[in-house]
Design a protein. Structure first.
Length: 228
């Protein structure tokens, strides 16, 4: 897989050096001396036209990295978590990346993406500023059985819903799952039936809703600090 852009590439080089196979730069000066010394033989200079081709026309900023494949966590390891995030039919990689960046920073331990066949992980790693390398999303087209298994081991499922109770008054169980739906459709009916309690963000003004990544940040922060 190829990632590109200074911020995400520097993050990968500093935090995930074992996954780095090749570093492509349009100018050697783009790499700090310590990284150039560390990765030496893995660094290759290329012309801008090839960088554009590798990045499929994206804003590579002169640096691209070829990484080894990134493995998602097993379902059994997810069950050992305390705080799980389920993204239901959210497909925009910008939103997913922003949510994962917040989720990783605020203590979410696993992310599940449902209602999608696959994710563009390269793009999500980029839009999450590298956080998706540490918090790799698991694709699960039909998570109903897994959610039932989580409930059997004392997880509580909480949903973001405009008809829910006020989020500011909520307290959450230690083992918890936050379910977020897409901006247009919300949480799918079958998953909603599994949810134990839904909450909403109270608005100061008459306004429909927030962008899903903004709403996610508020919910995740509240659920990180509002455990019983």
């Amino acid at each position: 897989m190829i990632i590109y852009g200074k911020q995400v590439c520097y993050y990968a080089l500093e935090k995930h050096s074992s996954k780095v196979e090749t570093i492509y730069v349009t100018k050697i000066s783009l790499l700090p001396k310590e990284l150039l010394k560390k990765f030496g033989s893995k660094v290759k200079t290329i012309e801008n036209k090839w960088a554009q081709k590798l990045s499929r026309g994206g804003n590579h900023q002169g640096i691209l990295i070829e990484l080894k494949s990134v493995e998602a966590p097993s379902l059994e390891s997810i069950k050992k978590s305390n705080f799980i995030l389920l993204l239901d039919t959210i497909t925009d990689v910008g939103n997913i990346g922003a949510i994962i960046r917040t989720a990783y920073a605020l203590g979410v331990e696993a992310v599940i993406a449902s209602g999608v066949k696959q994710l563009n992980l390269e793009a999500i790693i980029r839009t999450s500023s590298g956080a998706a390398l540490d918090l790799v999303p698991v694709v699960m087209q039909n998570p109903l059985q897994f959610l039932s298994e989580l409930k059997q081991i004392d997880f509580k499922l909480y949903g973001a819903d405009l008809d829910g109770a006020p989020l500011s008054e909520a307290l959450f169980e230690q083992k918890r799952v936050l379910v977020l739906g897409s901006e247009g459709r919300g949480i799918s009916k079958r998953i909603k039936e599994k949810i134990d309690q839904s909450y909403k963000i109270e608005m100061a003004r008459d306004f429909d809703s927030l962008n899903v990544s903004a709403a996610a940040a508020i919910f995740i922060y509240r659920m990180s600090n509002g455990v019983k």
